[in-house]
Design a binder for this molecule. Sequence first.
Ligand code: ADP
Ligand code: MG
Length: 583
Amino acid sequence: MPIRVLPDTLINQIAAGEVVERPAAVVKELVENSIDAGATRIEVAVEQGGLGAIVVRDDGHGIPPAEIALALTRHATSKIGSLDDLERVGTLGFRGEALPSILSVSRLSLSSRTRGEAHGWRVAGDGALPATGPEPAAHLPGTTIEVRDLFFNTPARRKFLRSESTEFRHLDTAIRRIALARFDVAFRLTHGTRGVFDLPAASDGRGRDARVARVTDPAFLDNALRIDEERLGLRLHGWIALPSFSRAQADLQYLYVNGRAVRDKLLSHALRRAYADALHGSRYPAYVLYLEMDPARIDVNVHPAKTEVRFRDSAMVHDFLFGAIHQALRRVRPEPATHHQVNLEPGATAVAESRQSGFGYAAAPRVGSQLLAAPMAWRPEPTPATPQPLGRALAQLNGIFILAQNELGLVLVDMHAAHERVLYERMKQQLAAGDMPSQQLLVPVSVTVREDEADQAENAQSRLRALGIEIERAGLTTVRVRAVPPLLAGGDVATLVSGLLGAAAEQDSRQHFSEVREAQERVLADMACRAAVRAGRQLTLAEMDGLLRDMEHTDLAGQCNHGRPTWVQFRHDELDRLFLRGR
Ligand code: ADP
Ligand code: MG
């Protein structure tokens, strides 16, 4: 085939491959255009999950009739005019690609009216602009774009679409994502005849909270810390869930950079790291976060879908995000005040309910007819007034729990989980300070392993020494452990070794410092779990008090290393109510 210039429609269809891969992407582009047009209300109506029709109507500034055809032409935009503009883009769009791409793969109609116009204008085309210009049409000030039969002329693309319900789910998510970026804009979504959501514009904190609850999960804010940090021209604000409110999927993660929802490896890595200490590897943190900075410090022109960004100083952004979240999570300490209540009808079901207060939030699981106490409320600063928020130990229950009494009432501590957290934090500090203690075993322990594991042990020797572990090769499939951290000296060294070798191999394959640290911390977590008091072990009151004091001085003491709560508070009035006293 000779070289030739492709026809416009084909060029647009090729671009459409990147810009509009599915109905959700069409909706995203259209809603973003409405926002760029200054709309205060955006209504989206779809049919058949967006496969049948997508209609987006806004009350924005509209398009003058003379520019309507241009709006549907490739590389035509009102948003930038020079390279300089591109370097500090303030709008969501700027490539002039979305409308022509969508038109090239659908039956599209655009109606619009500017404030100055007496009526609206409309143009419609199947896959391409018609030869004739726009015609007068009834329309309120603003713009309506109707997209029918998406990919009707590109059957190969249509084949990649999923069921109506799946496509609708993506589309719904796309609008929710935008709705959390612009609280000042009202959004409505309908699917066929069904109203899916109608979000009024929110001008105050209460309205914003209501929207967050509506869009994410009603319990999210009750379990979240508010963040607002500013440093070096970077600002981070929003909410992060406590580790105990983790999710099985990454479905409650909203991250915006200058009002743009982004998917960014660097930022997700920083967040994952910040939660790593407190979250089991298979759980996902929940957050709604806004990162703001001078637009000149970001390149948004990375991908046609504009969901990726490039930072001019990426290491600084990573460290800022990591530091802000990490610190906020670590400041969460026991607070001598709870905010949950037990509602107990005489002789009937008791349900603990959570209430919020300041930074402290607590959530209570609602479980059938059982009485469950909420984990105690948390606050970001240790409270100076009360030196012993967790009180004094009274007894040990079933070898699992410590019962303690504080000013507020009864405290119940999960002994193993709490001890594990205390040990883990202590070992991490020792590791960071470079003085991980090590104790020679009286009798070195030989362990039989696979040959490749023995190789790993041999290779990882120096790295393991930093963790207080001395291990050497004793034969083809034997390793010998000579020293371990004192905490583990009395424990089962043989089972420790197998866990270690996996983690050691992982350390080896990691180059980046933070990844090595991550693998090391997993070894520490594993050691802490092994060294923590086992269920059934009898503790003296003094030992129990010692653990309570340690918890009070430990970062993240409220959760075990897997994000479960380590202790709960039952307040006097709750106990009273259990016994119907004082009524
Ligand atoms: P971009 O958003 O990158 O500029 P688009 O193809 O999405 O490119 O839109 C082209 C142009 O059409 C925009 O620059 C804008 O001027 C105009 N436009 C699109 N949608 C709207 C709308 N809802 N209201 C007003 N103007 C719009
Ligand atoms: Mg656009």
